[in-house]
Design a protein around this ligand. Structure first.
Ligand code: NI
Length: 141
C-alpha cells in the first residue's frame, strides 16, 4: 500500500521492519516514480534497465556499483568494467542501458528512485540466484 499524503514515513523504522536482502520496499510514490528502500549485502547480479536511469542514495554503510560503461575491447563487445564506491550520504545515477552490478561487502541500506514497475533485475540480466529478489518492489508493513 502506498501511504502518500497520510503520515510521514520514518525510513529508519521502515528499514527495521524487514530483514530480506536485495528486496526493496516501496516507501513512497512520486508521480510515476517509486521511492524504494533496501538492505543489501554481498553481490547483486549484472543487469541493465533499457528504458530508465536508476538513482541510488546510500543511507548507511557503503555500496559499490560495478559498471560496464568503458570502451569495449572489441567492436560489439561489452564495455570495459569499472567500480564506483558510494559511502554513506552519496548519490549516483546509473544511466539507462548501462550494465551494472551493485554489491556491498560490509552491508548497506540504500534508497532508490525509479519508475514504478521497474524490475530489480532489469530487462537483461545474468541468471538470478536465490538471494536476489526479482521484484518491482514490495509494500511496507
Ligand atoms: Ni539496476
Amino acid at each position: 500500500m502506498i501511504n502518500n499524503g497520510h503520515e510521514p514515513i520514518d525510513l529508519r523504522a521502515a528499514l527495521d521492519s524487514f530483514d530480506a536482502l536485495w528486496s526493496p520496499r516501496i516507501a513512497a510514490r512520486v508521480n510515476d516514480y517509486d521511492v524504494r528502500v533496501a538492505k543489501v549485502a554481498g553481490e547483486h547480479i549484472w543487469h541493465a534497465h533499457d528504458d530508465t536511469d536508476e538513482f541510488f542514495l546510500v543511507l548507511d554503510g557503503e555500496l559499490a556499483i560495478a559498471l560496464r560503461d568503458g570502451e569495449p575491447a572489441a567492436a560489439g563487445g561489452p564495455g570495459a568494467e569499472r567500480v564506483v564506491t558510494l559511502p554513506k550520504g552519496s548519490v549516483f545515477v546509473v544511466p539507462r542501458g548501462v550494465e551494472h552490478k551493485p554489491s556491498s561487502s560490509a552491508g548497506a541500506s540504500i534508497l532508490m528512485f525509479e519508475p514504478a514497475g521497474t524490475l530489480t533485475v532489469g530487462d537483461r540480466h545474468d541468471p538470478i540466484p536465490a538471494h536476489v529478489d526479482a521484484t518491482t518492489g514490495h509494500g511496507l508493513g
